[in-house]
Design a protein around this ligand. Sequence first.
Ligand code: FAD
Length: 413
Amino acid sequence: MRSLYWVRTDLRLVDNLSLIQFCESSAEGMIVWCPSSSYSRSGLHRKTFTDECVDAFSRSVALHGQFLNLGKLSFRDELPRWVEEHEIECVYYTREFACEEIEEERQVLDWCGLKKIRVVALDQGTLIAESDLPFSLSKMPFIFTDFRKKVEYSLRIRAPQPAPLLWPRPIVADSARAVVLPVSPEKSQSSGEEAAWNRLDHYFWKSEAVRTYKETRNGMLKDDDSTRFSPFLNQGCLSARSVHDELKKYERMHSANESTYWVIFELLWRDYFKFLSRKHGKLIFKETGLLTTPLRRGRADPEVFRNWCAGLTEDPFINANMRELNLTGRMSNRGRQNVASYLIHRLQLPWTWGAAYLEEQLIDYDPDLNWGNWLYLSGRGTDPRAREFNPRRQAEMYDPGSLYQMKWNGKIS
Ligand SMILES: Cc1cc2nc3c(=O)[nH]c(=O)nc-3n(C[C@H](O)[C@H](O)[C@H](O)COP(=O)(O)OP(=O)(O)OC[C@H]3O[C@@H](n4cnc5c(N)ncnc54)[C@H](O)[C@@H]3O)c2cc1C
């Protein structure tokens, strides 16, 4: 069979069910990556990180004699030409969760249906597969704690699968770029599948920072305060199942504690927001959110918003976080909660403006997690208590010597 594998946020060889099935079922195969709509909204840091992960993937498949064909347009727009030029009979891809990505899948399915092309769409973006949830999406518990208790009660996490051993004969599109770009050693250490496994190896096995995760996870200054797996999870360089599997190995070797459990607890938050997004579609991205009660309109002042984006508010703690984001594309979870709360409650700006700005900037941007967390904090999601943080008190608790603020507000290098 001549098949095509549409790589999306599953840029890895290990535990990639779509890639495994593609390899097992195809005599000849074409691997393609195309920019998504969200990619066109990336700022510099996010775009660079994505490009580096795509490059890393193209180098990995090249070691198996394969080519990564890069489309210039969206997959939906490139697909007809590729199918015609290469007589493709089957398309493989991984299903996403957010409405824009699902809409593209629908268009691909419709077109393939018309042309009688087989489609194999697999679910592998979460720790727990949708089919292993103890409820249907329509009956998914509204509140996270109820969701967690139910899934933990009948927890089924599938074992990660090794990388494919046998590969199809590669198909290279004439019109697409087949890339193996030279990447500097410095870059290859921070992006792609190998970098993801190096980070996991460091956090679990070398530094064993995982032993104290629960106590350090709110820290803002040190690399090992939290796992820093999110950019890799969201590009799919690492699967949540692989993280879980490695954590269980660590627990067997060194014993479990509250911190090792807490990593899984956070991955369940990730699953919760992903399934919430799949369930509620467009509503996740609307200012009114999941509620039908009237929206309390704030002031939609572009100048106030620009100052928030630039880290020029009246609050040094908020500014430090925004400057870290603007300079690196990173921000801690504690920082995100605070800048979001400040935008929503203190500045009274529409929460969707803040979410759209973080979408542009974050290297670990994920539609379900970013918009889901903003929605949650806005009080228009599944937590009707709008959570307001006092940034001065938060700074005292989480940056007691002000070192973090001094670092990003330019007082020390
Ligand atoms: C306003 C706001 C926007 C956010 N936007 C994103 C985003 O675009 N992409 C993203 O990956 N995370 C987002 N988060 C969640 C969280 O801030 C990041 O996942 C976390 O900071 C990533 O760092 P880490 O990998 O070291 O996390 P760790 O603390 O080490 O957690 C381990 C993993 O658990 C998951 N996780 C942790 N916290 C959350 C959470 N609150 N919600 C869902 N999953 C979580 C992540 O996959 C993370 O990698 C957002 C949170 C807020 C408050």
